[in-house]
Ligand binder design. Sequence first.
Ligand code: ATP
Ligand code: MG
Length: 559
Amino acid sequence: MSDSVSVATDTTNFIRDAITADIASGKTQKVITRFPPEPNGYLHIGHAKSICLNFGVARDFNGYCNLRFDDTNPEKENVEYVNAIRKDVEWLGFDWHSNPFASDYFDQLYAYALQLIDQGDAYVDSQSADQIRENRGTLTEPGIASPYRDRPVEESRRLFEEMKAGKYGDGEHVLRVKIDLNSGNINLRDPVIYRIRHVVHHNTGDKWCIYPLYDFTHGLSDAIEGVTHSLCTLEFEDHRPLYDWILEKVNPPFHPRQIEFSRLQLEYSLTSKRKLNQLVEGRHVDGWDDPRMLTLSGMRRRGYTPESIVTFCNMIGITKKDATIEMGVLENALRDDLNTRAERRMAVIRPLKVVIENYPDGQEEWVTGKNHPQNPDYGTREIPFSKEIYIERDDFMEDAPKKFFRLSPGREVRLRFAYYITCKEVIKDAEGNIESLVCTYDPESRGGNTADGRKVKGTIHWVSASHAVQATVNLYDRLFTVTNPGAAKDFVSVLNPESNIVTDDAMLEPAIELSGNSIAYQFERLGYFISDTGSTREHPVFNRTLSLRDTWAKIDRSD
Ligand code: ATP
Ligand code: MG
C-alpha cells in the first residue's frame, strides 16, 4: 500500500481485546491468523472485511496471516478462482505468510480420521444420504441412531480404507463422528466428516475419491498451521462446539481458538458467491468483474481504489451484531480518496456544439489547466481551444429561470480556464431539436477576468471539437432496485434495467490516458471515471466510478 495515503486502522474491537487478553495470559505468543476462502467464485466486498480483519490483526500484533484455500468441494472449485483470489488479496495490499490449500493436508486429515475410528469416536455409516437426513431429527425431536452406529471399530476401519481405495460408489458409505444424537445443537448429531466423490480435484487430481467435509477440515487445518485465532463469521457460531470437539478428540499439538463476527451486508448488493455466480452464469452481468458488482475485481474495474476499500472496512468496524451498511458509506470512502488522488480533466458526456462566431477561422490556442485544485504537485496541462467547442447539453437552457447560471440566449458564462462566451443564437433542425449554438467570445476574458471587472456567475466545462477524443462512457447505477436483493424471492426480478446507461459520443480533452484501467480521473463537474479494462486509443471506453456531490446543480436549481 502506498505510504502517502493514511488509512484509518480499526484499533479497538472485541476480537482485538480477546487477543490482547490471550497474550497477557501467556496463552498466545505469536498471533497467527488465516483468511480461508473456498475457491468457488470471486471475492466480494464482504470478503474484504474478513481480509482486513485477519491480515490487519496479524500485522498489528506482529504476527502473520496465511491465505488458505478451503478446497473440500472439488466439483465447485477451480484454478481460475484460485488465481483471481490471490490477485484480489494482493491488490488490497496484503501479503500472506504462506498460501496453502486445505487439500495439501488430505494425508494428515485421513490419518486423523483413522485415529478417531480407532478411538471409537467415528464410524462408517452405510445409510443413504436421505436416511441420514431423516434420522437427524429436528429442533424439537432428537436424532435416531443409525443401525451402523455401533459397528465394530475394525469393520469401520476396513470400510474406510476401502472407501479411500475406491471400492465403493458415491454415497454408498460415509464416515461420521460419534457425538450426541440428543444434542440441542444439530451440528453435534453425529455429523458426516468424509464422503465418497469420484471426481477430479483442482489440486490433488485423481489421488482421492473420498473428501473431508468443511467442519472436520477447517479446525484441523487451523491446528496444522498453528493458527492462534480463527476468525470467522457468525453463521459458524453453532459450529464452534463441533470445531472444539474435533480438536479435543484428535488432540493435535496445537489448539486454535475460533471467534465469530458479523458478516458485512451492504444495501443494493449481493454478498454471496453462490448468488453472484447465478448472475454470472445467467449472463445478467458482464462476468465476475462486471463493474456493477461488488466483487473486488468488479470494483477494481469500476475504479475503486484498494485504499478506499480498506478505509471502509476499518470504518464499519467489527461487531457481533448483523447490520446492513448504507451504500453511501462505501461511496463516501471512495469519493474522499479519489478527491485527493484523481487528476482533473474536462470531458463532455452529452455534447452540444458551440460555434464561436468572432473567433478566427482555423486558429487554435492552448490554455493551461490545473490537474488538481488543491495539490500543486499534480502540475498543469495544456488544453486546446478553437472556434468550435462542445459543452454539456444540460448546461444550456433555452427558457431559463433567472437563477440558471449556465448558458441561455443572451447570457454570458465562463468557460473553465478559457474565455467568457455569450449565447447569440440557437440552431434547430426541422423538428425543432437544438442542433448547435452560435456564441461570441470576449477576447479580453482569457483566464477568467475582464478589464471592466464584470461578474459572471456560471463556469462550465468544454472540449475543443477538432481536438476531442470521442469515447464510449458507461454510466453506472445500482444493480438492483431494492435495498436487500438477497431477500427477494427471485433477485433477478429486482435487477435495475437502467443500471448501465451507455453513451457513445462523449468528447474528451486529448490529455487523457486511454488504455485500460490506468489512471483515475475526475471529469470536472461530472464525477470520477476510469478507462475500462479493454479500452484502447482506437476505441476508448470509460466507466463512471462515482458521481460528485452535486453542489453546483443545487445552487443553480435553488429557485
Ligand atoms: P459465499 O457464501 O458468498 O460463498 P462464503 O462465506 O461461503 O461466501 P468463503 O470463501 O467461505 O465464502 O469465505 C471466506 C471467508 O470470508 C470466511 O471466513 C467467511 O466467513 C468470510 N466472509 C464471507 N462473506 C463475508 C461477509 N459478507 N462479511 C464478512 N466476512 C465474510
Ligand atoms: Mg463459506
